[in-house]
Ligand binder design. Structure first.
Ligand SMILES: CC(C)(COP(=O)(O)OP(=O)(O)OC[C@H]1O[C@@H](n2cnc3c(N)ncnc32)[C@H](O)[C@@H]1OP(=O)(O)O)[C@@H](O)C(=O)NCCC(=O)NCCS
Length: 209
């Protein structure tokens, strides 16, 4: 299975993998608890996505020479290292799964396939100021959506609205960096910088707190 690993700096790395058949021996590193979670996924495609994201985080950790700690999910759905050391975020979209790890700072990662239909649902996740600067271009909208997903996952708590609580500064469709902030919640006033990559027809974004 092909992997793209990016060592961001000495504290963080991300990995993106093409989703394919996962042999059971490729998952030998999983903790007991993770094996149970995996066994409880019945949908074959979901199983592949889940497994590939875990292999991606394993690969990212290997790039940093960090032993795989095993991860558990909190009540919001966010994953945490079992040994309490470091921060992780996971994502999957048709065809790809990805993961990011940072030794000291919370992180968020997201991947989304660029689809025409996103233009129709902009009003659900975009503020009017964002609708003003975004071109009617599915890639531009997907960048905004994915940046908000990465910010959402970095902060981790449910109840933060993409439209009302996450606001992006204007950005160009060719940009590699989007600035955004969370407003109007008890976690307000944190400013995020989101990195953007385009892989074939997929937008990948990530942010480090
Ligand atoms: C939960 C949510 C972050 C998942 O994102 P997604 O794009 O559907 O799916 P992705 O594959 O990119 O990410 C899934 C991963 O996100 C992670 N995740 C789930 N909840 C999370 C949270 N609260 N914080 C951080 N990460 C979370 C999980 O690791 C999950 O992977 P896993 O199931 O293999 O463990 C997203 O669907 C969500 O709920 N967003 C907030 C709701 C919202 O405002 N939506 C927009 C309204 S228009």
């Amino acid at each position: 299975m092909q992997t793209k690993i990016e060592k961001i700096d000495s504290s963080s790395a991300l990995a993106v993998k093409i989703i394919g058949v996962v042999e059971s021996h490729e998952l030998d590193f999983l903790s007991f608890r993770e094996r149970l979670s995996f066994a409880n996924i019945s949908h074959p495609e979901k199983k592949k996505e889940w497994a590939t994201a875990r292999i991606a985080i394993h690969d990212a950790l290997e790039a940093l020479q960090v032993p795989y700690p095993g991860f558990f999910k909190d009540e919001h759905g966010k994953s945490h290292a079992m040994n309490g050391q470091g921060y992780v975020s996971l994502t999957h979209t048709p065809g790809f799964a990805g993961a990011i790890f940072h030794r000291e700072q919370p992180v968020g990662i997201d991947m989304d396939l660029v689809r025409e239909k996103i233009l129709k649902i902009g009003f659900r996740f975009l503020d009017s100021s964002e609708l003003d600067f975004l071109e009617k271009d599915p890639a531009h909208y997907t960048m905004a959506w994915s940046a908000k997903e990465s910010i959402f996952k970095c902060q981790g708590r449910k109840g933060v609205s993409f439209r009302d609580n996450i606001l992006l500064d204007p950005f160009d469709v060719n940009t590699t960096r989007i600035k955004g902030r969370i407003r109007g919640t008890e976690f307000a006033d944190h400013h995020y910088t989101v990195e953007v990559r385009q892989l074939e027809n997929v937008i990948l974004t990530y942010t480090i707190w």
